[in-house]
Design a protein around this ligand. Sequence first.
Ligand code: S3P
Length: 200
Amino acid sequence: MAHLGIDERQALFPPHLESAGGAAYYPVRAADRPIVLIGFMGTGKSSVGRRLASVTGWPRFDTDQMIATALGMSITKIFARLGEEEFREQESRALEKLDSKQLSIIVTGGGVILRPKNVTRLHELGTVFCLTANLSTLVQRLGRRSHRPLLQTENRAETIQTLLRERQPLYEQAADIIVDTTSLTHDQVAQSIQDSLALA
Ligand code: S3P
């Protein structure tokens, strides 16, 4: 079952699909659907997304980049000038613009799971892989320079811990497949995702 840190507990019938009463069935895991990456800041979504795009030849869509392009501003400026709520609105809009019929790698921001409708949308779009890492690894990875607006606090480690505690259940519920990246390189994470989809 588990290999290279992949946890397939929820791979067959995750709770969000069961509760749909069979009305909206999407194959949870398939090589002919986009790959969606979710997970906390610092879990490596962007780097792994780039590697997956390069090995599959599929285009990569990064919702943060889509938002920054749409508004002509960096994420930092969007948070500062328009506020988090407007950013979240833009994040939902970016997901609406994506196409489930185009094979692609979809990279999302760490807070995408905060809106239940986003989670539903992510499952329409593709197979949802959640990248995780343990707290100390995240603190270490994010402790260096980070421009992320939510981490501009006095005590970054504490902020990470609080956000992680709040979000953990949401990530777990949203994931089709969980990949623990704590002791893996980006290449290994990308490889384990390819393996789980039986992609070359
Ligand atoms: C956020 C994560 C960021 C970005 C924004 C908000 C979050 O993306 O979307 O700063 O709420 O966790 P990364 O996960 O790529 O850092």
